[in-house]
Structures are given as structure tokens and as C-alpha cells.
Design a protein around this ligand. Structure first.
Ligand SMILES: *Cc1c(COP(=O)(O)O)cnc(C)c1O
Length: 405
């Protein structure tokens, strides 16, 4: 530790580059700790965090109540496998399925594993009905569901898919928010539709009511399951616990991850009705998934959401962020469109946003992320205040003006 303290940023980066399998182009910043709504680099410089580790750190950094809970659980019991019961995962499961209005929950270690489980439910459900292997799943273009092979197979992104083909067969891609394109793909083999309620990586596109209601009706008419991926838009981000709760429809299967553990890796898939009993003992499993440590964290996150009325807070601050980003849009001709809901918003530019995001980080010390090439995505910790929005807007406008493109 002593000699490591003296390492320069450049030395850390060189060592990281020599160690890591290179699948990322990282920003040249070495973060060492977080406190509240700020991150600190190895030189002690503070950065305002407006991306929350990709919509994960809902409570910001070092929330005292949350931290005390995971410390206590770390001392009590970390892991025992799913061959035994344990109180934290039972409590977290009970609270999560109630918040999600679902019958059953299965805890995973990540978002992509939650999607794998959801896809397995679709296959298992269809196989259970007719004993055949001839079933199709409809997914959306420009979607994102994760990087494992099953989740990648339903991710409508050629660039991500191409080097890894062949992927799962019998996945058909429709156009998000174009009901006719979904209708055109439905046939007697269709066993499920999978989509994000609000497309995240694809550029922050909320589903329209007409689209979501129409897809639900098509699924009902064909006996297919509706799977909603709430990994990014769920857990209060849109001002309701789950984004689909803004609409008058309910999925049969849903996925959660990101903010569920507030930084501890935990996800889940949930199901109701016939989908909740489609898989039987032997059909699915995980070694770590839903261990007492991560479930103590998830339970605490759910408790804090309720005690601090976080969804109402998100709705209020989200409206304020909306107004402020509208003024940014009005002020700069390079801002083409403003989309989103709650604390999941995006500004689409007429130019690539890479230089703006880089200037924001390196010069204004504001951490933002893009979604695709032209969209800046705003997914801050859910506990931000209106003053935090004001501080962000000041840095963002400086970055828009100073970014050299
Ligand atoms: C991040 C994300 C995933 C994948 O989650 P990982 O934890 O990175 O595997 C899946 N779906 C959506 C909508 C996401 O935003």
C-alpha cells in the first residue's frame, strides 16, 4: 500500500493497460473513492457524478445506512449456495416480488444473466406447451440486453453480434415503437417478445403507450410471453419503481439489475402466472446468485427506497432536470432532441458527443456518459437535488462550448 500511494496516474494507467484484456477504451482518469455525489481521483480532485456507474449507484457513494448494512452482513455470512435457505435472500425476494407485482423471483449476478433466465423461461414455457423446439422470439432493433450469448442474441445491434455468430436461432427483430413491425413478425411459433420499457443504450427512447399496449395485446392473442427488460429503467429511475408501472400493462417476465444492489453485483428475473412455474427443479441454477451478502444489500436498497420515498423524489427532481435540459436544447443549435422520463434522460446532438463528454470529464470534472454516438445520457444517482442539477448544467454548458470538435 505504501509504495502504491506514490504511483502517478500515468503509472496506474500503464499498469492497467498491461493487465486488462483490452475490451474497453477507458477514460484517462483513476478513481480512488466516492463520497455522496462525488468521485475522487488519485490526485484528490473531486468530480461530480452524473452517471452513477451506468445507472447503478442509486444512493450515491457511501450512504451510511447502506454501508453499515453490508458491513454487518459481511461479518455475519457471505455465501452458502442455493442448496440452503438464508434470511436476507428470503426477505429481499419477498420485497422485490411485491414491488414488482410478480409471483416469483430468481436472483442472478448481473443483468445479462437475468436476461438469460428470461430467455430460458420463454423457451421452457413454449416447450412445456407443445414439446417442440420450433419457437421464435421477437426482439427489438437498437436494443441492449447484455453480452452473454443468449442476451447478445436478442440485442439488436449488428456491430455487437457480428463477430460472435452463429447466435441463438429464431430471433426476429422488430422496430421499437412500430407496432406494425411487431405484428408482421408474429406467427404461431412466436413464444415471447422481449424489449426494454425504456431503451437505454440505444439512445433513451421510452416505449409509447400505444406500442406497449399493442404488444401486450398481440402477446395475449398468440399465447406469447411479454418480457420487459427493466435493468436500466427499473428501480425507481423513471419515477415509479418499475417503468412499466407508468403504463396500463404488466409483463409476464421482467429483468432487474443495475441499481438493485447499489454497487453490489446482483440482478434478478421475475415472473408471474404460467411463466412463474415454467422452469422446474434442474432447469436453472447459479452458484453465487442471490447469496446472503448481495441480498442484504438489495433488501436495504428496497427499504431505503420506501423509507425515503425515492420514487416521488425522482419524479420531482426529474421534472426539474427536464426543464433545465429544455433550456440547454433551446440554447444550442447542436442539440437536436430531448427525450426521457424521470432521471433517465438523453440529449441527442447533431454531432458526435464524444468530445463534449471528454471535455466535461477532464476539464469540468463532471462524469457523464453517452448512449450511442450522438446522445448524452443523464442517469445520475437518484438522491440528487435540484442544486446538483444546477451545478451539472453549468458544467455541461461549459463543455458544450469548449469541446473542440
Ligand atoms: C446494462 C444492461 C444489461 C446488461 O447488464 P449487465 O449487468 O451489464 O450484464 C441488460 N439490459 C439492459 C437494458 C441494460 O441496461
Amino acid at each position: 500500500m505504501g509504495s502504491e500511494m506514490k504511483k502517478t496516474k500515468e503509472e496506474w494507467i500503464a499498469e492497467g493497460e498491461s493487465a486488462f484484456y483490452k475490451t474497453y477504451n477507458r477514460f484517462p482518469v483513476v478513481f480512488e473513492r466516492g463520497e455522496g455525489l462525488y468521485l475522487y481521483d488519485t490526485d484528490g480532485t473531486a468530480y461530480q457524478d452524473f452517471y452513477a456507474g451506468i445507472a447503478v449507484n442509486a444512493l450515491g457513494y457511501g450512504d451510511p445506512e447502506y454501508t453499515a448494512c453490508i458491513k454487518e452482513q459481511a461479518e455475519r455470512l457471505l455465501h452458502i449456495s442455493n442448496y440452503f435457505y438464508n434470511p436476507p435472500s428470503i426477505r429481499a425476494g419477498e420485497k422485490l416480488r411485491k414491488a414488482a407485482q410478480m409471483d416469483k423471483v430468481f436472483f442472478t449476478n448481473s443483468g445479462t444473466e437475468a436476461v438469460e433466465g428470461a430467455v430460458k423461461i420463454a423457451r421452457r414455457y413454449a416447450y412445456g406447451k407443445d414439446g417442440s423446439h420450433d419457437h421464435e422470439i421477437i426482439a427489438m432493433k437498437d436494443s441492449f440486453h447484455g453480452r452473454s450469448i443468449g442476451a447478445l442474441s436478442v440485442t439488436g445491434n449488428d456491430h455487437y453480434q457480428e463477430p460472435f455468430r452463429p447466435l441463438l436461432p429464431d430471433i426476429r427483430f422488430a422496430v421499437f415503437n412500430d407496432l406494425d413491425s411487431v405484428k408482421a413478425l408474429f406467427n404461431e411459433k412466436t413464444c415471447a417478445v422481449i424489449m426494454e420499457t425504456v431503451q437505454g443504450e440505444g439512445g433513451i427512447f421510452p416505449a409509447t403507450s400505444k406500442f406497449l399496449e399493442g404488444v401486450r395485446a398481440l402477446c395475449d392473442a398468440h399465447g406469447a410471453l411479454l418480457i420487459l427488460d427493466e435493468i436500466q429503467c427499473g428501480m425507481g429511475r423513471t419515477g415509479k419503481m418499475f417503468a412499466w408501472q407508468h403504463y396500463g400493462v404488466r409483463p409476464d417476465v421482467m429483468t432487474v439489475a443495475k441499481a438493485l444492489g447499489n454497487g453490489v453485483p446482483v440482478g434478478a428475473f421475475l415472473a408471474r402466472g404460467a411463466a412463474a412455474t415454467a422452469m422446474v427443479p434442474g432447469d436453472h441454477g447459479t452458484t453465487y446468485g442471490g447469496n446472503p451478502f448481495v441480498c442484504a444489500a438489495a433488501e436495504k436498497v428496497l427499504d431505503i427506497f420506501e423509507a425515503r420515498k425515492l420514487t416521488a423524489h425522482v419524479e420531482k427532481v426529474g421534472r426539474y432536470l427536464w426543464e433545465k435540459l429544455e433550456t440547454v436544447k433551446a440554447r444550442y443549435a447542436v442539440v437536436k432532441e430531448h427525450r426521457g422520463i424521470g432521471l433517465m434522460q438523453g440529449l441527442e446532438f447533431t454531432v458526435p458527443v464524444g468530445p463534449i463528454v471528454t471535455n466535461a470529464l477532464l476539464e469540468q470534472h463532471l462524469v457523464l456518459i453517452s448512449a450511442g454516438t450522438n446522445v448524452i445520457r443523464f442517469v445520475p444517482p437518484l438522491v440528487i437535488t435540484e442544486a446538483d442539477v444546477d451545478a451539472m448544467i453549468e458544467k455541461l454548458t461549459a463543455a458544450i462550448e469548449r469541446a473542440d470538435r
